[in-house]
Design a protein around this ligand. Structure first.
Ligand code: MG
Length: 397
């Protein structure tokens, strides 16, 4: 791999193609567009696209604001500099928009999908999600953050007089459902309105990879900040970081390691982003895709990394899993998080009258376990810890 074109100011201009210039593969946002339709028809303000409306509703939603209080990787906050779900979300949005602009996709739809992509995550990151899923399995149910995100935007964010939920466009709700996975219609007949037999538009496909780029960069940064990762070790074991670091040493001889590491992270992020742009373009051209319908019926997702970069992505992912996510410090944090989540789940199952009245009413229709899980999934890390101390006190008295 040569110098990344994404970091060279001259070639970076190549990606700064005309903004808002929707290519033939982009999702249209005209009122006639099927993906711009809403369950409850609404008239748009003049000059505001359907997806800009969606962005406004998501940014003003309480579940979006609560992302600030939810773990990305580190549950014990002994640094103010670790990513939260909110700052991770902002990083995903800026990467996704860069890709969308270069590919002439619908940049507004991409931004909305990035902003909403993690809204269904419970407190305490993946440990919280695993614990909630285990609690529900005991009742024959499952917890899935994509499906929970759909429940949030369709049912739990109730602030508008004329409709339930945020009344988001079909394109945004389809993107929420298809984030990082494809659900078989045989197992999820309730998701039939979201074209389960078809590929998502490229705008939705891009989000998954922008998410990968964001966390592959951020988790190394936060891992070093936490003292759990060492720069020399990770540069020896992650080939893309080894190359990035060498490149930065050659460019900035004699500067402190902290600057080289930061520059190397930026280099890697630019390289991954540029590869995604190049390879997606190549896939579109090689497969002769010339319309959104072509993308929909294509045999595979077209927004993917090249084979070479995909191998490096997997190598880094393995390293992060073995060296960071499963290290004793984080395993201990995850165990504590799982105890808190399962304790609060059992508490509300035994004392449903302590649930907020809306959840209690809904439990008659959807069953108590699902409503308890919905309530817990909306909590921030600090709120569920308060609940944990409250429950512990009540049980002791
Ligand atoms: Mg994410």
């Amino acid at each position: 791999m040569g110098a990344p074109s994404g970091t060279d100011p001259a070639s970076k201009g190549v990606y700064q193609a005309k903004q808002q210039d929707l290519g033939a593969l982009a999702v249209p946002d005209t009122e006639e567009s099927e993906l711009a339709r809403r369950l409850w028809p609404e008239r748009s303000r003049e000059g505001t696209s359907a997806f800009e409306y969606d962005r406004q509703r998501i940014v003003q939603a309480r579940s979006f604001r609560r992302l600030a209080g939810k773990t990305q990787v580190f549950t014990s906050r002994d640094s103010d500099h670790f990513r939260s779900r909110l700052t991770h979300t902002i990083e995903v949005a800026q990467i996704a928009r860069e890709v969308a602009r270069a590919l002439k996709l619908n940049e507004q739809l991409v931004e909305v999908l990035a902003l909403v992509h993690d809204i269904g995550h419970p407190p305490f990151g993946h440990a919280g999600e695993r614990a909630l899923d285990r609690c529900l399995q005991a009742h024959g149910l499952r917890f899935d953050h994509n499906l929970h995100a759909l429940r949030i935007v369709e049912h739990f964010e109730n602030w508008y007089a004329a409709h339930r939920g945020l009344n988001l466009t079909l394109g945004v709700r389809e993107g929420i459902v298809k984030h990082s996975r494809d659900y078989p219609e045989s197992q999820h007949p309730e998701l039939a309105p979201f074209f389960l037999g078809l590929r998502p538009p490229i705008e939705a496909q891009v989000i998954d990879l922008a998410d990968e780029i964001a966390y592959l960069t951020a988790d190394l940064d936060d891992g070093v900040e936490s003292g759990l990762l060492e720069i020399d070790h990770l540069c020896t074991h992650i080939s893309i970081m080894g190359r990035a670091y060498q490149e930065m040493q050659a460019r900035h001889a004699g500067v402190d390691q902290k600057f080289l590491f930061h520059e190397a992270l930026q280099w890697m992020q630019d390289e991954l982003t540029a590869d995604l742009i190049r390879n997606t373009t190549a896939n579109v051209v090689e497969n002769g895709l010339s319309s959104l319908d072509d993308v929909r019926i294509h045999s595979a997702r077209v927004a993917v990394f090249s084979t070479n970069v995909e191998a490096m992505r997997l190598e880094e992912k393995r390293y992060l899993y073995n060296t960071l996510y499963t290290c004793p410090t984080l395993v201990a944090e995850h165990e504590k998080a799982e105890t808190v989540v399962s304790t609060i789940f059992n508490f509300y199952m035994r004392s449903p009258d302590r649930l907020p009245s809306g959840y209690l009413q809904e439990s008659e229709r959807e069953g108590l376990p699902r409503m308890v899980a919905d309530y817990i999934a909306g909590m921030t890390d600090s709120y569920i810890l308060q609940q944990f101390w409250m429950a512990s006190k009540l049980w002791r008295s």
